[in-house]
Design a protein around this ligand. Structure first.
Ligand code: 6PG
Length: 517
């Protein structure tokens, strides 16, 4: 017991140590204290430690004891924790994680202490770290989605690692996670400090061995890239083909948000489009430079899809869309050299019809993006020996995370109805949805192509759908080409699978087709 300077007499023993008090760390810590945990905090930047002490002081009840304790070293942090220690890290992915882990070793961390990495780490780094720190402490990883607000009031959590460690961490993570109404699949939210949501299904489930959680989060971000890009393409079609103002487009998004496209990303897109620039009073979106940033998780997803051989072209197209956006100067130069089609003019009735069709195009494309993400997780899971429960993964994405959307309830049902589902597109509900709306989807994309408006993600989604439903693809010709120039061999439809064939293509004695040029 010690006197912390105030009138209250407080326990010095904290339940959890928290290292890294940036935006995410600060908010996760406040989320933990709202759920009754006492947290010892440390950051290399003393200002951040002071900031969280102030925040706790301003948010806790007047006579209540402090719920966080500031520390000025790793050793002090360990000394304030109940044993065995539970330490959560929120530091930038990469070297800073190892930097902290090594300092904790120097400070005397024990073999049965647990260190939980919550950053956007590359999943292979988590696998290596578990091995690297074996015997020194238990390295566990918990991917977090939800940004600042999610971290504060309930994120979606994707924990993975040592199953024994999970038994110790589970109550903590389930308490701070976002909550969902199991029946409707809708988030149960409270954004009031000190009044967390206690009922509902928590958006935290054990994903599997270490690395699996961060892999799943990486794919979540790949889907996030696709989802965002698809919305941006719908925006550009309305903006450039229909000449609508940002506020009008916001209204359309708000309407869509009441239907099957209901999602956090549609909701915030409407808010972004409504925002005025305080300096110029113009729509803020019109003064934001059209160069997209990226921190790498979308790229990692695309690279992994290529390595695993899982078609994820909509996710990859979304990553490339950011790349081409960053070539601003080249695009500006090209815009006055490279010709496009003449702009068409649409009357109000045509506009309404185009917008209605665009809603379906966005929906069908979105289904394909999710289908690609789940297919990628399935293929990677097989490769790495993870038994991923897709029904559960869809469930923990229904609230708290950036891609939270009403239709994740249908995705979780699809996998609950059929655990062996090869592809989301093969689920009877989604297959029927695309059958119903594909005409509008195709028309929207055709219109965009005719108007010269790029929509790489939507187009790739449609190609994915058409490729996936094609019993025969032109890979027969491709195999012929490969065998022609490189004797790479081909298999035959009329012979047992696996047997390889090769012919001398230029042999004049070979039978040739009758029509010769
Ligand atoms: C989340 C977000 C989060 C972060 C992205 C942004 O799930 O909370 O995905 O992880 O905002 O890393 O990524 P980019 O900077 O690459 O867009």
């Amino acid at each position: 017991m010690q006197n912390n300077g105030g009138s209250a007499h407080v326990e010095t023993t904290c339940d959890i140590g928290f290292i890294g008090l940036g935006v995410m760390g600060n908010n996760l810590t406040m989320n933990l204290v709202d759920h009754g945990y006492r947290v010892a905090c440390f950051d290399l930047d003393q200002n951040k430690v002071d900031a969280i002490l102030d925040k706790d002081a301003s948010e806790r009840a007047k006579d209540a004891a402090p719920r966080v304790e500031g520390c000025s070293s790793y050793t002090e942090l360990l000394s304030k924790l109940k044993a065995p220690h539970l330490i959560i890290l929120s530091v930038p992915a990469g070297d800073p994680v190892d930097h902290v882990c090594n300092h904790l070793i120097d400070a005397g961390i024990q073999a049965d202490d647990i260190v939980v990495d919550t950053g956007n780490s590359l999943w292979t780094d988590s696998v290596a770290r578990e091995e690297q720190y074996k015997g020194k402490f238990i390295f566990f990883s918990t991917a977090v989605s939800g940004g600042e607000v999610g971290a504060r009031f309930g994120p979606s959590l994707m924990p993975s690692g040592n199953p024994y460690a999970w038994t110790r961490i589970e109550p903590v993570l389930k308490s701070i996670a976002a909550k969902v109404d199991a029946k409707t699949g809708k988030p149960i939210e409270s954004f009031v400090p000190g009044k967390p949501v206690l009922e509902g299904e928590p958006c935290a489930t054990y994903i599997g061995p270490v690395g699996a959680g961060h892999y799943v989060k990486m794919v979540h971000n790949g889907i996030e890239y696709a989802d965002m890009q698809l919305i941006c393409e719908a925006y550009q079609i309305m903006r450039d083909a229909l000449h609508m103002a940002p506020a009008e487009i916001a209204e359309v998004f708000r309407r869509w948000n009441n239907g099957k496209l209901n999602s956090y990303l549609i909701e915030i897109s409407a808010e972004v489009l409504e925002q005025l620039d305080p300096e110029t009073n113009q729509p803020l979106v019109d003064v934001i430079l059209d160069k997209a940033g990226q921190k790498g998780t979308g790229l990692w997803t695309a690279v992994s899809a290529l390595q695993v051989g899982s078609p994820a072209q909509t996710i990859t197209a979304a990553v490339f869309a950011r790349s081409i956006s960053s070539l601003k100067e080249e695009r500006v130069a090209a815009s006055s050299v490279l010709a496009g089609p003449e702009a068409s003019v649409f009357d109000d009735e045509q506009k309404v019809s185009i917008i209605n069709k665009l809603e379906q195009a966005l929906y069908c494309s979105k289904i394909c993006a999710y289908a690609q993400g789940f297919q990628l997780m399935a293929m990677a899971g097989k490769e790495h020996g993870w038994t991923l429960d897709f029904g559960e993964i869809a469930k923990i994405w229904r609230a708290g995370c950036i891609i939270r959307a009403v239709f994740l309830q249908s995705i979780s049902k699809a996998y609950e109805n059929n655990e062996e589902l090869a592809n989301l597109l093969m689920d009877p509900y989604f297959a029927e949805q695309i059958t119903e709306y594909q005409g509008d989807w195709r028309e929207s994309i055709a219109q965009a192509a005719l108007a010269g408006i790029p929509c790489p993600a939507m187009m790739s989604a449609l190609s994915y759908y058409d490729s996936y439903r094609s019993a025969v693809l032109p890979a027969n010709l491709l195999q012929g080409q490969r065998d022609y120039f490189g004797a790479h061999t081909y298999q035959r439809l009329d012979k047992p699978a696996g047997k390889k064939y090769h012919i001398e293509w230029s042999d004049p004695a070979r039978p040739q087709t009758a029509i010769k040029r």
